[in-house]
Ligand binder design. Structure first.
Ligand SMILES: *[C@@H]1O[C@H](CO)[C@@H](O)[C@H](O)[C@H]1NC(C)=O
Length: 307
């Protein structure tokens, strides 16, 4: 008898495994992998925003059990996408985070968010994050307040406004540092202790400056984002003479800085006019809704509780 015929007629167990079972197992393993991959894609991509998501960076948890360990799936990232400078908002309830569009200062995202008991996921939670920012209420020794009168894109008419601006997150600036910088840049003013250090070239310890009163740090919109606001009250504010402004490196900032009634254009291309008013008039305007942004209104109302 020929050996080949014996092989075909009585296959050994090992040959059976090699030629039938192993390929079958491999085939099903491949199917399972494809199936899981598809489920995973389905879980992370089911949304009416799918088309827009496709060309954006997509962040998802590296495993379903851990929501703190995120990986970046940037296969589809647009090549010249401006990168948002702030920290992404990710909590133990964040199931996934997809950036729809971002600029250096704002990030428009869709999150999938777990319910408190982790029993279900709410999809398509629009999240509009913004760089953390500051407001400062400036009052001088006589008790007069310094505000802006200005137009803003999101307001229906000209409004009274406080000093404010973004925290320089790239430089690791704190909210307090941003407050001090903004008052110098936008108003040309500072505290007496800081002015003394500028004019006498002596060190300045902001943490022991009694005229800077912290008003707190607050989320702008608890369900939507909008960054965190840090607010301060500066009492006994004094104008910085131009020569010291230059020495302190603030040359060429807002042309009307510190000039009451002066016009200046800010970085947003919006006209700002500095106005000075007493406590009575400030209270009247505040109560009449003359500070048309909720953050200006809240910061000023908080400051009045300290005066
Ligand atoms: C406050 O200013 C207003 C005008 O802006 C003036 O009519 C009023 O007398 C002032 N009040 C005090 C207490 O100085």
């Amino acid at each position: 008898m020929r050996p080949e015929i014996r092989l075909t007629a009585r296959p050994s167990l090992s040959r059976l495994l090699t030629f039938t079972l192993y390929p079958l197992v491999g085939f099903f393993a491949l199917l399972t992998l494809l199936f899981l991959y598809d489920i995973e894609r389905g879980l992370t991509n089911i949304s009416p925003y799918e088309a827009r998501r496709a060309s954006r960076q997509h962040f998802r948890p590296s495993s379903s059990s851990s929501s703190s360990n995120f990986v970046v799936d940037d296969n589809n990232a647009a090549p010249d996408l401006t990168v948002y400078k702030g920290n992404p908002w990710i909590t133990d309830l964040t199931a996934s985070r997809t950036v729809l569009y971002q600029t250096a200062f704002a990030s428009c995202e869709v999150h999938d968010v777990w319910t408190e008991d982790h029993s279900a996921i709410q999809k398509d939670w629009l999240w509009a994050e913004e760089i953390d920012h500051v407001n400062v209420i400036v009052v001088d020794e006589a008790g007069d307040f310094y505000f802006f009168k200005q137009k803003k894109y999101g307001l229906e008419s000209t409004s009274f406004a406080t000093v404010g601006g973004f925290i320089d997150v790239e430089k690791g600036e704190t909210g307090f540092e941003a407050c001090r910088r903004e008052v110098v840049e936008e108003m040309g003013m500072t505290s007496p202790a800081h002015l003394h250090s500028l004019t006498s070239s002596t060190p300045y310890d902001a943490s022991s400056d009694p005229n800077w009163i912290p008003l707190g740090r607050y989320r702008t919109a608890s369900n939507r984002g909008g960054g965190f606001l840090t607010a301060y009250l500066l009492k006994s504010a004094v104008k910085i003479p131009d020569q010291y402004l230059k020495e302190a490196g603030y040359e060429g900032l807002g042309t009307g800085a510190g000039v009451v009634g002066g016009e200046k254009g800010n970085a947003d291309g919006e006209e700002q006019k500095v106005v000075k008013m007493n406590l009575t008039r400030t209270r009247t305007i505040l109560l009449a809704g003359g500070f048309q942004e909720v953050k200006w209104t809240a910061s000023l109302a908080l400051a009045l509780l300290h005066l």
